[in-house]
Design a binder for this molecule. Structure first.
Ligand SMILES: [Fe+2]
Ligand SMILES: [Fe+2]
Length: 373
């Protein structure tokens, strides 16, 4: 008997083969029909690789210095080696297919951290190998699951620096390592794997909270020194750069100090991984958006949920991929973004620039269509 995964992969192969034979015009027709069918039934997308058209929503601000563009994201795949768990491997492959099916291709793909589950070389290598199949260039960020076995040695050897800046079409980008913890392991004489497993637990109180840390904050301030305050800024951090729920480390302990460095900029977007859910917040000039995971959705924390967050319906326990996904970020001329959560098996949720800019008064995303389970 074939497993569900095997059946899914076969079905996916068939569909992708079929799509490859279509012209672009026909492909758009097919995807439009599929989206229409989804809207009609109001329930779910049987496949997740229909392109989400947000490019047409781009606002052109004549004063803007940014040429609107979009990038895709994939995050939190938590890979074990394939012989232990292939569900998460298939999740990441599905996201790669989603992004590769986008036409036109995004300018780049951002990976939001937690590529590995326990930071092991074979997990990180497997992830790197799968991500190589992406057609667009990939930018990487580190998560705590990638880091705490060898404190980043293997990750850096595969992907380079864990913090960096770059410029793209008039937007200044910064990628941070926000999962730095004070040394809790030396005194307790923990092995590298004991340290890794301590950090990997959601509510494991044996660890310290995440920080960006004084040294990296100084680096950030120095990197931004020459960037004018009216230049749009997009910051990537694995943990949210604000405080949601400490017991689960949905939290960056020096968030306020990082926010203070970003305060002089007119428009800042912070995009984070780690929370595995639809999560949107705004603190002053900073617009925050979380990323979906390709492995599992976390429940919403029992306290501290920001009022701007649009809650997704709780996942269907009978569907292992429900609540997971990938997505897209449309960058507008003013540097603010439409954030598209391409939830697998559900309609995509778009959290628009107008929604966060108006403090939730305008363009509120539709409520989830499936009841909570
Ligand atoms: Fe994660
Ligand atoms: Fe994480």
């Amino acid at each position: 008997m074939k497993s569900i995964e095997t059946k899914y992969m076969e079905e996916r192969e068939r569909t992708l083969r079929g799509l490859a034979g279509l012209s672009r015009r026909d492909f758009l027709k097919v995807s439009t029909a599929a989206v229409g069918a989804t809207a009609l039934h109001g329930v779910f997308n049987p496949h997740s690789f229909q392109p989400v058209d947000v490019a047409s929503a781009a606002t052109v601000d004549p004063a803007g210095k940014v040429e609107p563009f979009r990038f895709a994201y994939i995050s939190d795949s938590h890979l074990y080696s394939k012989d232990l768990n292939d569900r998460f491997v298939n999740g990441l492959m599905r996201a790669v297919d989603d992004v590769n099916a986008l036409d036109p291709q995004p300018d780049f793909v951002f990976y939001g951290g937690d590529l590995a589950q326990l930071g092991q070389p074979q997990e990180l290598e497997l992830g790197a190998q799968i991500l190589k199949n992406l057609k667009a260039p990939v930018r990487m960020m580190v998560g705590e699951h990638d880091w705490y076995l060898d404190l980043g040695e293997k990750w850096r050897s595969l992907f380079g620096d864990d913090r960096y800046t770059f410029e793209h079409k008039g937007v200044q980008f910064v990628t941070l390592n926000s999962v730095i913890e004070e040394d809790f392991w030396t005194e307790r004489n923990l092995s590298p794997m004991e340290r890794m497993k301590t950090v990997a637990g959601l509510d494991n109180h044996g660890q310290r909270p995440f920080t960006v840390g004084a040294e990296q904050r100084a680096w950030l301030a120095q990197q931004l020194e020459k960037v004018p305050s009216d230049k749009p800024l997009i910051v990537f951090s694995h943990s949210p750069l604000y405080k949601i729920y400490k017991n689960w480390n949905f939290w960056t302990d020096d968030a306020e100090e990082v926010q203070a460095i970003l305060k002089r900029f007119a428009n800042v977007v912070v995009i984070h991984g780690h929370t595995h859910q639809v999560l949107t917040n705004r603190i002053g000039n900073i617009h925050f958006h979380g990323l979906l995971s390709t492995a599992w959705p976390w429940p919403y924390a029992p306290q501290g949920l920001p009022p701007l967050t649009v809650q997704m319906g709780r996942p269907d326990p009978f569907n292992p991929n429900d609540g997971c996904g990938d997505g897209m970020v449309q960058v507008h001329a003013d540097g603010l973004v439409d954030k598209v959560y391409a939830l697998w098996n559900r309609n995509p949720v778009t959290v628009s620039r107008r929604y966060t800019l108006s403090g939730g008064k305008e363009d509120r995303p539709a409520a989830p269509l499936l009841a909570s389970f």
